[in-house]
Write a protein that binds this ligand. Structure first.
Ligand SMILES: [Fe+2]
Ligand SMILES: [Fe+2]
Length: 370
């Protein structure tokens, strides 16, 4: 007997095969037909509608202001090298498109590509175009270090930008700036990219937001009142967790200083591919799931507020992956929903964050740790 997972992936196969050959118009036709066929066969993946209910149950509802969805770290290779990651991103787009009501917007958290290749980024942009809700894209190191952002910027625009939404100020920040380790060694663009992609090779510098981006951030926030809720999107966590894997931002304290005058700050980051929660001063930090693979947890230990996900099943390539949502309440704080594909969703509520873990602790995941 085939698993739900296998059936679902088979239903997507025709669409995947045709992806590179289709025009945008044909792509939409095929995508719509494939989604309809999957629905008709009852092949909707598990959890597709659950996060909405879970979020409401966890918070009692009532004072919810709005929600946005997130997808992150798809690490696309070109299709001839690896189509599993392509399927992962398409599955996340399907998940988000099925949310009812639709989120106000979708954040893509960086590492769209694996090796920063123009074809990888174009493939990702094409898949993300299928989202019904408006999209905001953040840059990750895998998108950047082949051509230092040239292709990424041509597809998605500026790497630092901010916008206001329903009284909340959102800021998207490039936090993966590395000191030049390549010029002195005469590295080719691909050698530079592969060095950055190997997180634990010790041959690169640590991530920073960097002086120029910090100056941009300070200026961008100059006129924003301190009681305005602030949500910052960064690819690396804006604190120091584990340097050897670049789960780390070297000038984190300086960035935190810029954010310190605000009453309510939430940082949503990619890069770590796991459930990860921290609170430093006025700032709540939440990691995002990847659609490609889950990283193991850093060996040096975790922030105490982190609800650990179990070690994913090594025989199931989608276990530990997923997407999710953030429910932003009228007080400006968010409930972070991790929609794990093969497990129950986990909601890390604002009550839990505000009480620093004293109240509303999410239940520990019940499934076995592999
Ligand atoms: Fe990543
Ligand atoms: Fe990354």
């Amino acid at each position: 007997m085939k698993s739900v997972e296998t059936k679902y992936l088979e239903a997507r196969e025709g669409l995947l095969q045709g992806l590179s050959r289709l025009s945008r118009r044909d792509f939409l036709k095929v995508a719509g037909a494939a989604a309809g066929a999957a629905l008709a066969q009852g092949l909707v993946p598990p959890h597709s509608f659950q996060p909405v209910r879970v979020a409401n149950a966890a918070t009692g509802g009532g004072d919810e202001s709005f929600r946005f969805a997130y997808i992150s770290d798809s690490h696309l290779y070109t299709r001839d090298l690896n189509d599993r990651f392509v399927r992962g991103l398409m599955r996340a787009v399907d998940d988000v498109n099925r949310l009812d009501p639709q989120p106000d917007f979708v954040l893509f958290g960086g590492d769209l590509a694996q090796l920063g290749q123009p074809q990888e980024l174009e493939l990702g942009a094409q898949i993300l175009k299928d989202l019904k809700a408006p999209l905001h894209v953040m840059v990750g190191e895998h998108d950047w270090y082949f051509d230092l952002g040239e292709k990424w910027r041509s597809l998605f625009g500026a790497d630092n930008y901010s916008f206001e939404h329903k009284g909340v100020r959102f800021v998207t920040l490039n936090s993966v700036v590395e000191a030049d380790f390549w010029s002195a060694h005469g590295l080719t663009p691909m050698q530079r990219m592969k060095t950055v992609a190997g997180l634990d090779n010790g041959a690169q510098s640590s991530f920073t937001v960097g002086e120029a981006n910090r100056a941009w951030l300070a200026k961008e926030l100059e006129g924003v009142k301190s009681d305005t809720p602030l949500v910052v999107f960064s690819h690396s966590p804006l604190y120091k967790l584990y340097k050897k894997w670049n789960f780390w931002t070297d000038d984190a304290e300086e960035v935190q200083k810029i954010l310190a005058r605000f009453d309510t700050v939430t940082v949503i980051h990619g890069h770590t591919h796991q459930l990860l929660t921290n609170r430093i001063g006025n700032i709540s930090f939440h990691g995002m799931l990847s659609t490609a693979w889950p990283w193991p947890y850093a060996p040096q230990g975790l922030p105490e507020l982190t609800i650990q996900m179990g070690r994913p099943d090594p025989f199931n390539p989608n276990d530990g992956c997923g997407d999710g949502q953030v429910v932003v309440h009228t007080d400006g704080m968010g409930d972070k929903v991790y929609d794990l594909w093969n497990r129950n969703p986990v909601t890390v509520s604002r009550t839990y964050m505000k009480s620093r873990g004293q109240e509303d602790r999410p239940p520990a995941p019940k499934l076995v740790s592999f």
